[in-house]
Design a protein around this ligand. Structure first.
Ligand code: PMM
Length: 291
């Protein structure tokens, strides 16, 4: 592995924007209970407006989801998930945005694609719903496969690893193989180490420190550290020990965005876009230096 950091994606997903820098994906959670922004954009009109703001700020993709995946979260019914996500996806796609649907349900993914979504972000990597990879293959759209071991009610009990990076890579390879076997085209696959999904805070740091091993998998890598609890824990109030609340974690998120982009991440998934855009430009410029 060279000492130099590439500063721009080592690989791109065919059919999505390919700027000479990491892509920025802005999050639109249409949920009452997401850890980071739950309830902020729960009304469809507010969610659409937020998505349009993210696009105006430069987001390459907006990721719309109707299910919170925070530890312990209860799953909404499929109808409720549809009710939350689909109108927002329809409007944002009609406004010209590249929309991804953040869902673990094949039927929701199918409806979202019909409503104009261009890619599927499945945090279970196709494991939660046995039909998901078939739906993605049939639609001929890109998919993000995240490292995942179980639903939110039990994911924090599934944190045993021999070597977290090697194990995540091996498990992601299995998901890639499953996607290919279902007929998904290789150039439509991106992977994500799933920070916070069946990982301790230390595991998250190890994965981020060794991100370049994941980049060497030869598939585009998405990094979604934005506002996650391990940042709140790092930045806990020294006097009280109280965790920094999600809204106060954006500067730390931006710092990680520079590092991830320098290491060759394909896409950075964040709640606030402007500083992330600057971060990926800085990384790309540094990566363009010879030496
Ligand atoms: N994390 C959340 C939701 N969606 N999608 C991907 N690909 N990777 C993630 O780590 C991920 C995700 C957790 O909740 P948030 O929407 O508040 O960040």
């Amino acid at each position: 592995m060279s000492a130099r950091r590439p500063g721009r994606p080592a690989h791109y997903v065919v059919g999505l924007p390919q700027p000479p820098r990491a892509l920025v994906m802005g999050v639109v959670n249409v949920t009452p209970d997401s850890f980071s922004d739950g309830g902020f954009w729960y009304e469809p009109g507010d969610a659409v407006e937020h998505g349009l703001d993210l696009i105006a700020q430069g987001a390459d993709i907006v990721d719309v989801g109707g299910e919170s995946t925070r530890p312990g979260a209860e799953r909404p019914s499929i109808d409720e998930e549809r009710r939350r996500a689909l109108p927002v996806i329809r409007e944002l796609a009609a406004a010209g945005a590249v929309v991804s649907v953040d869902t673990m349900r094949a039927a929701v993914a199918e409806d979202a694609l019909a409503a104009g979504a261009k890619l599927v972000n499945d945090v279970s990597g196709g494991q939660a719903d046995p039909d998901m990879l078939r739906v993605v293959a049939a639609a001929g759209v890109p998919v993000i496969l995240t490292h995942w071991r179980g639903h939110s009610d039990r994911m924090q009990q599934l944190t045993e690893y021999a070597d977290v990076v090697a194990d995540v890579i091996a498990e992601l390879r299995q998901r890639i193989d499953a996607a290919l076997a279902a007929g998904v085209r290789p150039e439509h696959i991106a992977v994500d180490p799933g920070l916070g999904f069946s990982k301790t805070w230390d595991h998250n740091w190890t994965v981020l420190a060794r991100l370049r091993e994941l980049v060497q998998l030869d598939f585009p890598v998405l990094v979604a550290a934005s506002r996650k609890t391990f940042l709140g824990e790092l930045l806990a109030d020294p006097a009280t020990g109280e965790r920094r609340p999600p809204i106060g974690r954006d500067a730390a998120t931006d710092a990680l965005s520079v590092v991830a982009a320098l290491d060759g991440a394909w896409c950075i998934r964040v709640h606030t876009v402007p500083a992330t855009m600057d971060a990926v430009h800085v990384a790309a410029r540094l990566g363009a230096e010879d030496g």
